[in-house]
Every structure is written in structure tokens, then in C-alpha cells.
Write a protein that binds this ligand. Structure first.
Ligand code: ADP
Length: 409
């Protein structure tokens, strides 16, 4: 006979269910929001550390603590109440995380990986150590950054790319400089003081791709298929699967991503953004002679993985939870021959809330809509639309039409 409920059985509150691991997420943006959604079916309790009660994930979560991601007390309280701490963004003080680890808390990915991914110079050094292809690069942290930047341009050819080593996103913090005057103007301006900078050789980019991988603490890893990330003005507009690459570049991109995950010992998701270069005359490398160069890393769910919610056998958000909880990883194969995701960006001049246009967007057949509950601002990522099918262009057309309706274009 099984256990019989009696009147003395307590209703088990979430706070008391210590046999079920609770995941704490630092940050409450759209990545946390979609992770919360994935956690529901897995019955994983999530506690968020949100800056504001109006943050994208805080709007839809029952267990939210308000606090800054760089407040040691807020992080310590999150870690104390959760079995695993993970992240919606990497703007967290890695030294605080290291102290939490030293105190016995489980932080995934660990403090060392967070310190690495939050600094593009450390990423470059780690990629080089792992044998991955970097562009030529240099930290601009000497006594005379202007002289070093101009010398870098003279040595590697103009244009050069200057980057803020920390804190950039959506292309903010990336400057393509055509000549020494542009380099001097940048450093004479407001970003010259205080921003840790680096220089990179300009890569002739044919297309940009990303490979999302997931890794468990014991080392089990899986990779999602490479996705083309179509960028406009430094912002990702579309994801296309399969990425239009030669089979050899697909294999190489996956191999690179898995080797980075291994080399840095990430736990959870790792998104590896790569450039495919224009082919050289010798026709070496993959399609049209293109080669792969790693751009940057993110150790969390990533915009380039949003297509996996409907387009892959396991969504990246469920996969991240499985990895940080050290559960078996899920299959990564696509669910259709062609998958396209289009980001919904705030449009200049658009009025009203995109949520008011969902019904109209769904008039486009077969599209799946995700809105993040964020206030519309021009260029801001407000949601995304995914479509599946057989023909990449037909699928892209549907996803674009629905995204345009949502954006109010
Ligand atoms: P963010 O961290 O803001 O996403 P990225 O480092 O990804 O910035 O750079 C934004 C965009 O700038 C890239 O998607 C790419 O189009 C361009 N870019 C970055 N680095 C280089 C480079 N070395 N050569 C040419 N273009 C680059």
C-alpha cells in the first residue's frame, strides 16, 4: 500500500522542497524569461536576482529577489537559497563569484569562465591557447594607447577594429577605424578615458555564424548545428538554419566550438560566434576558400540559439538547465529542413506595444511568436519569430512578415 495522505501532511511550499534543486539566475532579461519557461516542464524551481520588478523575466516569475548583480550581499543571498547559481548575462563581479565558490556554493559556469567571457582580451588569449583562429589583436592598455592603436593599424593595415574589452553588446563598443585620424579621434573622445580597449585586425567577413554547445560538469558535450547570424549595424537580425556553409566548414565550426568549451571548462551553454572570411584566390579552406575566425564567446543561453525552442529537438533553455543541473543532455537535431528566426526590433516611429499586434502577426501561417515584455525603443530586441519548413527562403519570408507586423513597421 502506498503512502496515505493524512490531515497532518503539510502542503509543501517551494521554499521547503529541499529535495528538488533550485536554480538561481543572476539577471532577469529575456534569456532568464525563456529559461523560466523551460523550467516549468522540468519542475525546476527558479529564483531570479532582478534589478527591477519590471525586468522581462521578473514579470513572469513567482520567485524574484530584487538586487544588483554586483552587490555581494544580493549574490550571497541568492547562492544561499539555491543549489546552483547561473546567469542571464555576464556582467557580474567574478571575484564575488569566486568567493561564493570558495564558500562551497555551486556556480555554473564557474567564476573563472565568467571572468574570461566578460573580457574580450581574455577571450582572445584563451582562444589562442586553445589553438583557435583569432584575428591579430592587441590589448591597448599601455601608457600611450593612441600610439599603440595607430602602430597596430600601420602594422596590420587599415581599417582596424577597436573594441571595448568589457560591457559591449549589439555592436556598442565596436569601432571600425579607417585611418590614423579616425583612431586618434576615437581615443580623444569620451571613450578614450577609462574604457579598457583592444585592437583587432579587420576581418573580411563573408558571413557570420554561431555554434551553441552545452557541457555538463563531467565533460559530456553536445553541439547544435551551426546557424547563420545575419547582422545589420552590429545587431543580429536573423538566424538561418542550416547555415549556408560547405560541409567541411560545418564540421570545422563544430569542432572549434567543442574544443573551446572543453578548453575553458564551461558548464552550461557556450555560444561561439565565428566569422567566415571571404575566400582567397588559392581556394583553400571551405566553400569559396572561406576560413573560420572566432569572434566572441558567451557562456549562457544566447540570441543565436533562439531558433532551438521550436527548431531543435531540445531548446537551448532546457539544455542550459540540464547542463547546470548535471542532467543528461538532450538531442540537438533540427526539427525541420529549414528554420528561420527573425528578431523583433523596436522600430523608429512605431507606436504602441508589440503585444497588441500578436493577433495580427499570427495571421502569417505557421509562425511562432515570442515577446519579451520589454518597452519598445528603437533598435531594442523586443522578441523574435520562428518559422519552420522545407524551403529556407519561403520560411524566411514568413518569419520576416510576422516580425515586421510585431515591430509595427
Ligand atoms: P558585441 O559584443 O557588441 O556583439 P562583436 O565583437 O560581436 O560586438 O562585434 C559586433 C560586430 O562588429 C560583429 O558582428 C562584426 O560584424 C563586427 N566585427 C567585430 N570584430 C570584427 C573584426 N575583427 N573585423 C571585422 N568586423 C568585426
Amino acid at each position: 500500500m502506498g503512502h496515505r495522505h493524512t490531515s497532518t501532511d503539510a502542503v509543501t511550499a517551494t521554499d521547503e522542497r529541499r529535495d528538488v534543486a533550485r536554480v538561481g539566475i543572476v539577471g532577469a532579461g529575456q534569456l532568464a524569461r525563456m529559461t523560466v519557461q523551460a523550467a516549468i516542464g522540468l519542475a525546476v524551481p527558479i529564483r531570479l536576482l532582478a534589478d527591477r520588478a519590471t525586468d522581462s523575466a521578473a514579470l513572469v516569475s513567482p520567485d524574484v529577489r530584487l538586487g544588483a548583480p554586483d552587490d555581494p550581499a544580493a549574490l550571497a543571498a541568492l547562492a544561499a537559497g539555491c543549489d546552483v547559481v547561473t546567469f542571464d548575462h555576464e556582467l557580474v563581479d567574478a571575484e564575488i563569484l569566486a568567493r561564493l565558490e570558495a564558500a562551497g556554493h555551486t556556480v555554473r559556469p564557474g567564476a573563472g569562465v565568467v571572468a574570461l567571457v566578460q573580457d574580450k582580451r581574455r577571450q582572445r588569449a584563451a582562444l589562442a591557447a586553445a589553438g583557435c583562429p583569432n584575428p591579430a589583436w592587441q590589448a591597448l592598455d599601455g601608457a600611450d594607447p593612441e600610439r599603440d592603436l595607430v602602430a597596430f593599424g600601420e602594422a596590420h593595415g587599415w581599417p582596424v577594429v577597436a573594441k571595448a574589452a568589457r560591457g559591449g553588446y549589439d555592436g556598442r563598443g565596436v569601432w571600425v577605424l579607417g585611418d590614423p585620424d579616425a583612431a586618434r579621434a576615437l581615443l580623444a573622445g569620451p571613450i578614450g578615458a577609462g574604457t579598457p580597449l583592444m585592437a583587432e585586425a579587420f576581418v573580411p567577413i563573408a558571413r557570420e555564424i554561431a555554434v551553441v554547445v552545452a557541457r555538463r560538469p563531467g565533460g559530456e558535450v553536445v553541439a547544435y548545428p551551426a546557424v547563420e547570424t545575419v547582422q545589420v549595424d552590429g545587431i543580429c537580425r536573423e538566424l538561418r538554419i542550416p547555415a549556408p556553409l560547405s560541409p567541411s566548414l560545418v564540421v570545422e565550426a563544430e569542432r572549434l566550438a567543442l574544443s573551446v568549451a572543453e578548453a575553458i571548462g564551461v558548464v552550461g551553454l557556450l555560444a561561439v560566434e565565428l566569422f567566415v572570411t571571404h575566400g582567397d584566390a588559392a581556394g583553400e579552406g571551405g566553400e569559396d576558400g572561406g576560413r573560420l575566425v572566432v569572434n566572441e564567446l558567451a557562456s549562457r543561453p544566447h540570441n543565436s540559439g533562439h531558433w532551438t525552442i521550436e527548431g531543435a529537438r531540445t531548446s537551448q533553455f532546457a539544455q542550459h538547465l540540464r547542463a547546470v543541473l548535471d542532467w543528461p543532455l538532450g538531442p540537438t537535431a533540427p526539427t525541420a529542413p529549414a528554420v528561420v528566426t527573425v528578431n523583433v526590433l523596436g522600430a523608429a516611429g512605431a507606436s504602441g506595444d508589440p503585444a497588441a499586434r500578436v493577433g495580427a502577426a499570427l495571421a502569417v501561417p505557421g509562425v511562432q511568436v515570442h515577446l519579451y515584455g520589454k518597452a519598445a525603443r528603437p533598435g531594442r530586441k523586443l522578441g523574435h519569430v520562428t518559422a519552420l519548413g522545407d524551403d529556407p527562403d519561403e520560411v524566411a519570408d514568413r518569419a520576416r512578415r510576422a516580425a515586421a507586423v510585431l515591430a509595427g513597421e
